[in-house]
Write a protein that binds this ligand. Sequence first.
Ligand SMILES: [Zn+2]
Length: 154
Amino acid sequence: MPEEPCQCPDCQRFYREHDRLIRENPTLRQQQELSWAALQSFRTLAGRVLEDLQKTQPDPDPALASAASGPAATGGPADAGDQEAMAQALADLENINAHLFSIEALMERIFDVRVPEAVEQKFRELAGELAPDPLNADRLRLNRLLHQTPDLPG
Ligand SMILES: [Zn+2]
């Protein structure tokens, strides 16, 4: 028997979003465009933030930094901690951007594919099964049936 999917608020939000993306983008073409737009917007924003933060960072060379100000001259331990957290965040963002770049290269191959209309029709058909309109009459009836089943929670 398959395990019941988790019903915590985060997972439920994910299921809703997942289903909405299928419902609103029920063809291969639309899924390609959706993923591409999501990837590009992520890259644009994260890349721009990284670029901006790097401009405001002090010189990373510790010899220069201590020569200029002496040890702990410009701030206490809180400042050092802040700088460390910022340096870590910049390294994380650099990693994210490098990964997004790799994903883009992989995705380009997925996005070159075009399928005949009959296959797109199959996409639409199964999208309707996987993520039916939540206000659709069949779905409401099914929900009522499920909620009457005694061994299901809710
Ligand atoms: Zn969960």
